[in-house]
Design a protein around this ligand. Structure first.
Ligand SMILES: *[C@@H]1O[C@H](CO)[C@@H](O)[C@H](O)[C@H]1NC(C)=O
Ligand SMILES: *[C@@H]1O[C@H](CO)[C@@H](O)[C@H](O)[C@H]1NC(C)=O
Ligand SMILES: *[C@@H]1O[C@H](CO)[C@@H](O)[C@H](O)[C@H]1NC(C)=O
Ligand SMILES: *[C@@H]1O[C@H](CO)[C@@H](O)[C@H](O)[C@H]1NC(C)=O
Length: 675
């Protein structure tokens, strides 16, 4: 259940804040606050006493795994409760801070304070394109799960007493599911389960079976208003995926197109996810797509955030479905399934690379609460998420383990080791991992084969300015001829993959946000060898082949095609790296050295010139084998266009647990409080 209480002790909270604001935070020792401060605080107490603080705890009690959506659906009772809980949650009045609307609204619009945490900019709270991308979403998801679960409990209690123990048993181990969009779907099925595409669903309620609107298909605004910005978002009464007509006030989702595009991109997404797990690097490198001077990320070529962007852009679509824009995405129920998977990727990565974690870096873009250029680190308060009713915030250090929030994942349950996670990653995403029997009616790209001695990995690396086109866009890569009709590109049989760039509806002061992405080429090239079109996977044959056959296209919002050389900051480069296959199922292949750019492939092609990062050459992204480099201290770059700040200046910054002693003017002890 959610604890929403009057702050038990407003006074100590304020005192703590004052202490922190003064920047006198110490790593140990005691703080002293004088009575003159207390007086000032007491004057503000009346205003603040009214404020309830929402403590995020996740589901309290025991720790259970969040299951993959298709696994959870096999447990009929748990699935039933999941849906009924979602239905009940989505029905809560939008004026309630614990409504689906307001919790989704933390991420982007309506750009208002949540749980009393003030903002300074027109934007959502989410710190994308920064070192906090991964950890910030962890307590966010826990909040969602905890509130949803309180509805599940109410649903359980609404059943007749004679049935209650059955439903209570099902609820006891229930956690919200994730959607693994990178794994091979069950034979004959699309990557996008019908579980989230069906408009209605049949559930068992206390009054028997009923067919209800599927709460995973869309969220219905109640009501939709100008709080969601201008047209069309103030007229669309439900969330939409790839709306058929993005300029109509009333239109419908095209989930079938969403599914077809995911199927055409699935192998590419699988390969991205696999490469990210295999090639060890620092946490910041794999977690955020932000790159360049000041971000803390020397350049890693790809990231889980970049991969995550693709799902947003594909599910929302260029016609402006909610997932397409940061500002609207969290209202679509698929956001929660998607982000739970991204959180799972973080948890799995943490098991593989325990010595590296959230680093120090500048925010690349402003959001509701922060300005671009501010430096954040692992002790930065993940606002607006309170960990207790006293008003303390979670920091990344608090949520290193998912167990503190009441959940694990199938791959990270107790007993999980780096070796067991590697085995799981190999089996879910490894080369040739998805060669299950497929339905012949679903056209899928070549799925790859196990690696062999002498193989190389080939990557099409993408570097660009995230907001260069003033909103999201997608880069599509092809082998062979490309149709002039852009609507055929996302599902073209010769599409190798796409790199979607999630953007904001109206980006703030963000002209120079550098990001990186990747479209892996290896599997598609293996397919060309298998079909006899390409002689071999050696660098000479491949570079000659790619020079003739590789091309790319760019499409932004509204389906506007942009010539690649007119995309600000875009550099498309092919790199190769020799690979040594793994010797056992719980080992990873080894990348020998670092991927080397083959400039001869893209020379003369639009946006095909080599990428030279500002601030010098990147330290190398991929460390072959072994463990990631532990985080090394970072010096803010004072020469940047931003104004670097001291992360410890942040109200709520908490480096360690401190005990604060409150004293009167004469230094006599009043009371102590653990921070
Ligand atoms: C690649 O280029 C060669 C030479 O132009 C051509 O024969 C082959 O058909 C091309 N492959 C594709 C997939 O277009
Ligand atoms: C690509 O287009 C060219 C010119 O239209 C044509 O000659 C060639 O056969 C096409 N290749 C493929 C693989 O379709
Ligand atoms: C954007 O930049 C302008 C000019 O530097 C500044 O006045 C404004 O406050 C900035 N807005 C945001 C949201 O950072
Ligand atoms: C292109 O350059 C790479 C080295 O970057 C080299 O291995 C390859 O043989 C070159 N390809 C051709 C066709 O010359």
């Amino acid at each position: 259940m959610v604890s929403v209480r009057q702050s038990r002790g407003v006074l100590p909270t304020i005192l703590t804040l004052i202490v922190l604001l003064q920047g006198v935070l110490a790593t140990h020792g005691h703080q002293h606050v004088h009575r003159s401060n207390i007086k000032e605080i007491e004057e503000r107490e009346n205003i603040l006493q009214k404020r309830a603080t929402i403590a995020i705890t996740g589901i309290k009690g025991s720790v259970y795994p969040r299951q993959e959506i298709r696994t959870l659906a096999k447990n009929a009772d748990q699935w039933n409760l999941y849906l009924l809980g979602m239905q009940s949650f989505q029905a809560v009045a939008q004026s309630d801070p614990l409504s689906y609307y307001q919790i989704a609204g933390i991420h982007g619009r309506p750009y208002v304070a949540w749980d009393g945490v003030p903002g300074v900019n027109q934007g959502g709270y989410c710190p994308h394109v920064s070192t906090l991308f991964w950890p910030w979403h962890r307590p966010y998801l826990a909040l969602f799960e905890q509130v949803w679960y309180s509805h599940v409990q109410s649903v359980v209690n609404s059943f007749p007493a004679s049935q209650r123990s059955r439903w209570a048993n099902a609820a006891a181990t229930l956690r919200m599911p994730y959607w693994d969009w990178a794994m091979a779907p069950p034979s004959g099925q699309s990557s996008v389960p019908t579980l989230i595409r069906d408009q209605t669903v049949t559930v068992t309620t206390p009054s028997g079976q009923q067919t209800i609107k599927n709460p995973l298909y869309s969220y219905t605004f109640n009501p939709v208003s100008n709080d969601l910005g201008g047209f069309p978002y103030n007229t669309w009464t439900t969330t939409l995926r790839r709306p058929v007509d993005g300029s109509a006030s009333s239109t419908r989702s095209n989930n079938n197109m969403f599914a077809s595009i995911m199927d055409q991109n699935r192998v590419s997404l699988r390969d991205r996810v696999y490469n990210l797990f295999v090639t060890s690097a620092q946490f910041v490198q794999v977690s955020t797509e932000a790159s360049g001077s000041g971000t803390g990320n020397p350049s890693s070529h790809d990231s889980f955030e970049g991969t995550h962007d693709n799902i947003h852009v594909i599910s929302g679509g260029e016609s402006g479905g909610h997932m397409y824009y940061l500002d609207y995405s969290a209202f679509d129920p698929v956001f929660w399934l998607h982000h739970t998977n991204v959180d799972r990727q973080m948890a799995m990565w943490q098991v593989l690379q325990p010595s590296t974690y959230v680093g120090t870096g500048q925010l690349t873009q402003s959001n509701f609460q922060w300005n671009a250029g501010q430096v954040k680190n692992a002790y930065t308060p993940l606002k607006p998420f309170h960990k207790d009713t006293a008003g303390n915030f979670f920091t990344s250090m608090d949520i290193k383990s998912t167990s503190v929030l009441g959940y694990v994942y199938p791959e990270t349950q107790s007993g999980a080791s780096a070796s067991s996670v590697r085995a799981a990653v190999n089996s879910l995403y490894g080369p040739g991992s998805s060669s299950s029997k497929r339905d012949v009616h679903i056209a899928v790209p070549y799925e790859g084969r196990p690696l062999r001695v002498g193989d190389h990995e080939y990557l099409l690396n993408v570097n660009c300015l995230k907001h260069g086109l003033g909103g999201p866009f997608t880069i599509y890569a092809f082998l062979g001829n490309v149709s002039s009709d852009y609507t055929t590109w996302p599902t073209a049989p010769n599409l190798v993959g796409s790199n979607g760039v999630l953007g904001a509806y109206s980006p703030m002061n963000t002209s120079n946000v550098q990001i990186e992405g990747c479209i892996p080429l290896t599997t598609a090239l293996q397919g060309k060898v298998a079909s006899g079109e390409l002689a071999g996977l050696d660098t000479y044959s491949v570079s000659a082949y790619l020079k003739k056959n590789l091309s790319w296209r760019v499409v932004k919002a509204g389906g506007v095609v942009v010539p690649p050389d007119q995309v600000p900051g875009l550099h498309m480069n092919v790199a190769s790296c020799p690979i040594i296959p793994a010797e056992s199922f719980d080992e990873f292949p080894t990348w020998v050295g670092y991927p080397q750019v083959m400039a001869n492939v893209t020379a003369g092609m639009p946006a095909g010139t080599p990428y030279i990062p500002t601030g010098g050459s990147p330290s190398s992204p991929y460390t072959p084998g072994g463990t990631g480099t532990p985080y090394s201290p970072y010096t803010p770059n004072h020469g940047s266009p931003y104004n670097p700040s001291n992360p410890a200046d942040e109200p709520g910054y908490c480096e360690v647990d401190t005990t604060i002693e409150y004293v009167d003017m004469n230094g006599n002890f009043l009371y102590a409080e653990k921070n």
